[in-house]
Design a protein around this ligand. Structure first.
Ligand code: DGL
Length: 272
């Protein structure tokens, strides 16, 4: 086996602040069923969505180091907040391909908008960073971007209230301004939001396209592996490993909501 073939066998590292990044894992498994994945959920330090750039950069750096111990061939920053605040820094510090979710989501939105009015919903830190808006405008400066932080969506999803009256009420409240701006495309800029597609469709109306950044990043992972000749060639379903930084039971319990299937034998990583 030459070196290229060997590293193609290595897993893809994916990390998130907690379990939301499993929406990205689900899409990667769907598009690349033979790939192996090592997932790290920083459940001891979640949420990232309210923390500073300095803290998120430190956390992200530590997690990439852990993933490197598993010989990953690529790192996917599934967390929108970490992608907004830490991606540029860790890309410079580590010598392997690192992809985030902002650019793929922004590209898709630019490709599908007709009215050139795009909305972004995300955590407070992602919105404050302005990264989605900056990327969209870099791609097409005629696009007007409206961004809204929706911090209550994360706990509602973790509570399993995908179709609950309270979730509709909260969505109406958050998205009122977005509707007034008549956006025709809405980026779901947080790992948890793809699980609220039903509510968001209903509240925004059928003419607004929802851009799922989890799906878009999975497609970019595929392109990138092909381009670098790192696609796993064995025709057997990849085995995955899940690591969390807090007690694994709660993660195992909620994971099926995000992945659509159960997870067992989640490992615990203890920071020293
Ligand atoms: N994973 C985070 C994101 O996509 C949401 C949860 C958190 O705040 O940590 O921004």
């Amino acid at each position: 086996m030459n070196n290229g073939a060997k590293s193609a066998e290595f897993p893809i590292g994916v990390f998130d602040s907690g379990l939301g990044g499993l929406t990205v894992v689900k899409e990667i498994i769907h598009h690349l069923p033979n790939e192996r994945i090592v997932y790290f959920g920083d459940t001891a330090r979640v949420p990232y969505g309210t923390k500073s750039a300095e803290t998120i950069i430190r956390y992200s750096r530590e997690i990439v180091r852990v993933l490197l111990e598993y010989k990953v061939k690529m790192v996917v920053v599934a967390c929108n907040t970490a992608s907004s605040l830490a991606l540029d820094v860790i890309k410079k510090e580590f010598d392997l391909p690192i992809l985030g979710v902002i650019e793929p989501g922004a590209r898709k939105a630019v490709a599908v908008t007709r009215s050139r009015r795009v909305g972004v919903i995300a955590t407070s830190s992602t919105v404050k960073s302005g990264r989605y808006a900056a990327k969209i405008v870099e791609l097409d400066k005629k696009i007007a971007v409206t961004s809204t932080a929706c911090p209550l969506f994360v706990p509602l999803v973790e509570e399993g209230w995908f179709d609950h009256a309270v979730t509709y009420r909260v969505a109406e409240e958050y998205l009122g301004g977005m509707k007034k701006k008549k956006v025709d495309t809405l980026i779901l800029g947080c790992t948890h939001y793809p699980l609220l597609k039903g509510v968001l469709h209903e509240v925004m109306g059928p003419k607004v396209q929802l851009v799922d950044s989890a799906m878009e990043v999975a497609l970019q992972v595929k392109d990138e592996l092909v381009r670098r000749r790192l696609l796993r060639t064995r025709l057997e379903p990849g085995r995955h490993q899940f690591i969390v930084s807090d007690e694994p039971r709660q993660f195992e319990h909620l994971a099926s909501r995000f992945l659509g299937g159960g997870i067992k034998n989640v490992r615990r990583y203890i920071y020293v």
